[in-house]
Design a protein around this ligand. Sequence first.
Ligand SMILES: [Zn+2]
Length: 336
Amino acid sequence: MLVQPRKIELRDEPELHAPPGGLVVRVRAALTDGTDLKAYRRGHPQMPMPTRFGHEFSGDIVALGEGVSDWSVGDAVMCVHSAPCGSCFWCGRSEQELCASVMSTKILGAYAECIAIPAHIVAQNCYLKPRALPYDEAAFLEPLACVVHSVSYARVRSGDWALVLGDGGFGLLHAQVLSAKGARVILAGRRDERLEIARSFPLECVVDTKVQNLDDLIAAKTDGRGIDCVVECTGSEDVWERAPHYARRGGTVLFFGGLPASASVTFLAHRMHYDEVKLLSPFHFTPSDVRAAHDLLVSGAIEVAPLVTSTFPLHRIGDVFAELDAGRGVKYAIIP
Ligand SMILES: [Zn+2]
């Protein structure tokens, strides 16, 4: 439980029962992510405290709810923590990422021995984990679905130039997904530990913005034209405002890193109008994004293992967040 900012408590709770149509999963790996860190530092509007905590996980089924026939106790599963309702205005328009109840019916509590999965998630966003895929890698299903959704907005063609601003977990995932689509990827960041991971991926260029001039490099690489697809993965206002500057005429900017609710940003209008720079802000994912993320993980098309800095037992969850809070590591795997 996250009971207040920077305070996590482990609590004993009664044994979980599987809801009708749902499952109880014994968590075998849960991953930290940037949203969890934001909630840890300053709270989160979708997570009033005290709250169950953690939402990226995989594990083994230990109980089946009434009416479940497609799954068996002992099956290894990979799933996400939300699913759309299928009947609201947005679901009717195939904008399931905006489903009216997708946030209110999501589950938290992956930093635990067991988690209950409700029927609507089991029916839409739950997959059998192949034996060859380790649990901590299978737990990337949720963040990778967000990235697949984001990249789908950019209509990337083979050979396009993509710029990823930010070297955190989401920046490193975006770089790989864009590269797998044939884009020539430039990743820009500031943290040595993370840039080193980026250099192990098949990217065009990894830029340390502490010492390298990004503008000069982009001009040289693109004949002065600019970037086809810019992705903002830092969640900071100054980088949001800077991002359109890197885009070519007709290019696309994806604002992936969310800002606090009170934030507002300013852009030069002429870039949007006379240069037709498209500004898009992808959020969350749809069931088809989850399926595509599943296929990427299972096929080994992208490498997620290097993003796991290290593993910790559940009772050290407080130490893990202290590490993240201090700016160390990318993602940590909690192994209950
Ligand atoms: Zn809906």
